[in-house]
Design a binder for this molecule. Structure first.
Ligand code: FAD
Length: 308
């Protein structure tokens, strides 16, 4: 019984998602951590410090620079026979690569695991989080993605060995052209401790700037949005929280002018404290809110900013 956990990184630093996925992976048994990339030895050293990792496997190759699904899947498959489980965080990278691994192994993928009951039995949300499914897999090798917002990060503080492997990684059918990254001084939405989100009620991108951003600046918060706000062009796509956006679980989530549709709740209901500001006291968001303020957000938020 041994698990291979796929490390998430940008060739320079290990993503915090890996330490969270490790907490889930360790519940399956001993864990080796696979770092695939190019000129990423520093990442392997960071990974080796996570408590409970047996060893770090480092595969460096220019074809792995951008961690395209085809090359990564081939690399994982080359070493899969030694493992009873292959685990990755359910991020865009994990969700890109692991289905290919599962298909090539001819096993089912178990996606977005939120709880490990035993080495074969897992809980995962379905129907936008409205029901929790318990899945038992008889596959000889389990392929799992883990919803990291449900697991605390494994701390660093130990040191295991790093084993460099030489693999002949072939170019896949797709190629990396360029990255277009949005640059923000604010905390990253998926890992922010405080998030303030705006919905359709904002009415324009200018109002987001005028009303939401000043409070976000005062709180050092990341900014989120409902899909209605994104689709209306009030907020950029990468701010969307929900079933088809980002899954977040900050210490504090402030929803402003968001009704609380199930697809939005699917992305934020695991937040530790939820505050809702809405002028409709019947809005469903109040059913999940710890603190609810029935108010016009255009009055309440400037007042809040002034008080902060
Ligand atoms: P609305 O539902 O229109 O709510 C606006 C709220 O603002 C209302 O409650 C109103 O009372 C309040 N309001 C109005 N004026 C004020 C004011 N002045 N002050 C205070 N409050 C005010 N949605 C997501 O958010 N994320 C997703 O990932 C997502 N994925 C989806 C996937 C699918 C397949 C589908 C079908 C839908 C998805 N949706 C998603 C859309 C979702 O169903 C809702 O349509 C959307 O969340 C509504 O956004 P909203 O709450 O901003 O707008």
């Amino acid at each position: 019984m041994k698990t291979l956990l796929i490390a998430e990184h940008d060739n320079k630093a290990l993503s915090p998602q890996t330490a969270k996925a490790l907490t889930a992976a360790k519940q399956l048994g001993p864990v080796d951590l696979l770092v695939m990339g190019y000129e990423c030895a520093a990442v392997a050293q960071q990974a080796a410090q996570l408590q409970g990792v047996e060893k770090v496997l480092l595969v460096e190759h220019s074809e792995l620079t951008h961690q395209l699904a085809e090359s990564c899947a081939e690399t994982i498959l080359a070493m899969a026979s030694g493992y009873t489980a292959i685990v990755a965080a359910a991020t865009t990278t994990g969700k890109n690569t692991l289905p290919r691994v599962a298909a090539k192994l001819d096993v089912m993928q178990i996606s977005e695991v939120i709880e490990v009951l035993d080495a074969s039995t897992f809980k995962r949300p379905i129907y936008a989080g409205n029901a929790i499914q318990t899945v038992t897999s008889n596959d000889s090798i389990k392929v799992l993605t883990v919803r990291t917002s449900n697991f605390e990060a494994t701390p660093s503080g130990s040191e295991c060995s790093v084993e460099s492997l030489t693999l002949d990684v072939q170019a896949g059918p797709s190629a990396h052209i360029s990255d277009q990254l949005s640059v923000s001084e604010r905390p990253e939405l998926s890992s922010a401790k405080v998030i303030i989100s705006g919905g359709r009620a904002l009415g324009s991108a200018d109002k987001f700037q005028e009303v939401i951003l000043p409070v976000a600046d005062k709180l050092g918060a990341a900014v989120g949005a409902s899909r209605a706000a994104v689709d209306s062009g009030y907020a950029p796509n990468d701010w969307q929280v929900g079933q088809t956006g980002k899954i977040v679980s900050p210490d504090l989530y402030i929803a402003c002018g968001i009704s609380g549709a199930i697809q939005h709740l699917a992305g934020m209901k695991d937040s530790k404290v939820i505050v809702a500001i809405n002028n409709d006291e019947e809005a469903p968001i109040f059913q999940v809110a710890d603190y609810g303020l029935v108010a016009d957000l255009f009055v309440a938020l400037p007042e809040l900013e002034a008080k902060l």
